[in-house]
Design a protein around this ligand. Structure first.
Ligand SMILES: NC(=O)C1=CN([C@@H]2O[C@H](COP(=O)(O)OP(=O)(O)OC[C@H]3O[C@@H](n4cnc5c(N)ncnc54)[C@H](O)[C@@H]3O)[C@@H](O)[C@H]2O)C=CC1
Ligand SMILES: O=C([O-])CC(=O)C(=O)O
Length: 314
């Protein structure tokens, strides 16, 4: 297999689940894991490598000894950062996770300047902004994961409401990965059938609210952190699209440069992913209500970006 090396920085719940998922699918030639918790990362690398061997996957899994081990990574996923706990919003993580982001990006700048970076750490859109500002990489190479997860949550809630449709639901969520995210009802279908043909207005409103609160619902139940199976799987789809240049369209968090009338701000929009990272940004036709909701969501990300510029990038 040609070089399909993936780096994962931050090997806690999301990072280790992602590594396990990628290794068992056998879609990478090697995975290198990096974390400040040296024994934990060593243990994860051994355990996941042994799982891959049981699976007869050819993926090699190793713990990084230093930043130099990130050399030749095609894709590097960053999940380093603290997760929220009950009573916190994702935005409360801003300055703590920006510091962690700055620390981990130094190695990438030095050893993997041509890699495509997938950011997972929260608050997601602001972390994509911070990473772009620190790395000075082209915007096509720094991409945030959230839209696939939020859309999967919407599909889950549609399926739960209907009692059928599993595996046939396509959902679409745009905007920032925060309380103001924008589930797009008219771009969501069950086997091609639009939602209003299957569900009442009240049921659809309930699905929209549950989707927006999907992350919080899990945080409240877990008490110690946040979701990781669905986030890791969503990230693995992005890694695969880049490694295999499969040109799949997914909602991802990207720096906008005029698209949707926005500039210098990061938000979730549908993009085509391939070996160059973002190959294309797709501009959906939004109705007036959706335009307003999207503008609100962008404004809330802009506030976080302003805080970073005032308090972090000084
Ligand atoms: N974008 C999204 O949709 C989602 C984002 N998240 C975010 O992802 C992040 C990680 O979540 P979890 O894996 O659940 O947290 P976790 O606490 O289980 O793992 C975080 C890991 O980062 C490591 N870390 C901290 N500083 C580091 C540094 N300087 N270098 C290397 N590693 C470092 C920690 O040692 C820990 O192993 C959180 O910020 C969380 O909010 C989580 C789920 C979904
Ligand atoms: O809710 C959180 O803090 C983690 C996250 O972003 C999600 O699961 O959507």
């Amino acid at each position: 297999m040609e070089n399909k090396k993936v780096g994962i920085i931050g090997v806690g719940n999301v990072g280790s689940t992602l590594a396990y998922s990628l290794a068992s699918k056998g879609i990478c030639s090697s995975i290198v894991l990096k974390d400040i918790r040296e024994n934990i990362v060593e243990a994860m690398a051994l355990d996941i490598s042994q799982a891959a061997n049981a699976e007869k996957s050819h993926t090699m899994v190793k713990a990084a000894k230093s930043g130099e081990d990130l050399k030749d990574c095609e894709v590097i996923v960053i999940t380093a950062g603290i997760p929220r706990k009950p009573g916190m919003s994702r935005d409360d993580l801003l300055l703590t996770n920006a510091k962690i982001m700055q620390a981990v990006l130094e190695d990438i700048k030095k050893y993997a300047p041509n890699s495509k970076i997938i950011i997972v750490s929260n608050p997601l859109d602001a972390m994509v902004y911070a990473a772009l500002k620190i790395l000075k990489f082209p915007r096509e190479h720094v991409i945030g994961m959230a839209g696939i997860l939020d859309s999967a949550r919407m599909s889950h809630f549609i399926c739960e409401k209907l009692g059928y449709g599993a595996g046939q639901i396509e959902s679409s969520v745009m905007g920032g990965h925060g309380d103001a995210m924008v589930p797009l009802v008219n771009y969501s279908t069950v086997a091609g059938v639009s939602l209003p043909e299957l569900l009442s207005k009240e049921d659809i409103e309930d699905i929209v609210t549950k989707t927006k609160n999907g992350g919080l619902q899990i945080v409240k139940l877990l008490e110690t952190g946040s979701a990781y199976y669905a986030p890791a799987h969503a990230t693995s789809l992005m890694v695969e699209a880049i490694l295999y240049n499969n040109k799949k369209i997914y909602p991802c968090s990207v720096m906008l440069d005029g698209e949707y009338d926005c500039k210098n701000v990061v938000s979730g929009v549908p993009v085509m992913l391939g070996s160059n990272g973002i190959e294309k940004i797709i501009e959906l036709k939004l109705n007036e209500e959706q335009k307003e909701l999207f503008a609100n969501s962008v404004a809330s990300v802009q506030e976080l970006i302003d805080t970073l510029d005032e308090k972090f990038f000084i």
